[in-house]
Design a protein around this ligand. Structure first.
Ligand SMILES: NC(=O)c1ccc[n+]([C@@H]2O[C@H](COP(=O)([O-])OP(=O)(O)OC[C@H]3O[C@@H](n4cnc5c(N)ncnc54)[C@H](OP(=O)(O)O)[C@@H]3O)[C@@H](O)[C@H]2O)c1
Length: 187
């Protein structure tokens, strides 16, 4: 059950996947062919409008120059470490997501979850999403790629997974000739 301070909290997951539901290829690289300019533009806009962005350590290192308030799970430290008020690292084995978010002096109103795979799962398992923006590059396949959710390789599998977690498609929109976006919302 959501706590009082979580009642109005918006938590949005963002991912773009191949038709076979991967976020990266077999080498763990996200190929350029998986990018949709429209999806990227909407994604960046939503990150800019969020009070906090949760993303994996690798993604953080790749985009570390961005000036956003970021929360980074890592196994490389014990407990947590605020490098400054906008950048916090934490070890989910030592402190829960809920507790670390509670440490912020102003509780966020809107959180964006930018992945990768273990970060999406952490939020599904330990916290919640109010929405999940899932874009699918319909002409893209990534054999032996890194799935959005381990073990799920069809769009139908993902739909069932989302429904089991209280989410359903509220809107489906075409972002460009190759990309469809499903907006899952908590029901
Ligand atoms: N298509 C998409 O929408 C999308 C989204 C995100 C990422 N990607 C792509 O996916 C590829 C793979 O990403 P990635 O998984 O390497 O990057 P990542 O999720 O950005 O970073 C993974 C790292 O984050 C830390 N981490 C994540 N969850 C954790 C947990 N629950 N507990 C402890 N530490 C945790 C670990 O860091 P430590 O090693 O420090 O423990 C882990 O090695 C990249 O190419 C990236 O660009 C694609």
């Amino acid at each position: 059950m959501k706590k009082n301070n979580q009642q109005n909290l918006v938590v949005i997951g963002h991912a773009i996947i191949s038709r076979d539901c991967c976020i990266a290829d077999s080498n763990g690289i996200m190929p350029e062919s998986l990018i949709s300019n429209k999806d990227w533009e909407l994604f960046q806009k939503d990150l800019d409008e969020s009070d906090l962005v949760i993303l994996g350590r690798n993604s953080y290192e790749y985009f570390h120059q961005k000036k956003r308030k970021r929360l980074i799970p890592t196994s490389k430290i014990r407990d947590y470490y605020f490098e400054n008020s906008d950048l916090c690292f934490f070890n989910p084995l030592d402190i829960s997501l809920e507790k670390i978010i509670n440490l912020y002096s102003s509780y966020p109103k809107k959180i964006a979850v930018a992945g990768g795979q273990r970060v999406y799962k952490l939020v599904f398992d330990e916290f919640f999403y109010t929405q999940f923006y899932l874009s699918i590059k319909m002409n893209q396949y990534m054999k032996n790629g890194q799935p959005l959710i381990d073990g799920l390789s069809t769009i139908q599998n993902i739909k069932i997974y989302m429904e089991e977690r209280g989410m359903q498609v509220q809107e489906e929109r075409k972002l460009d000739s190759e990309t469809i976006q499903y907006i899952y919302t908590q029901f």
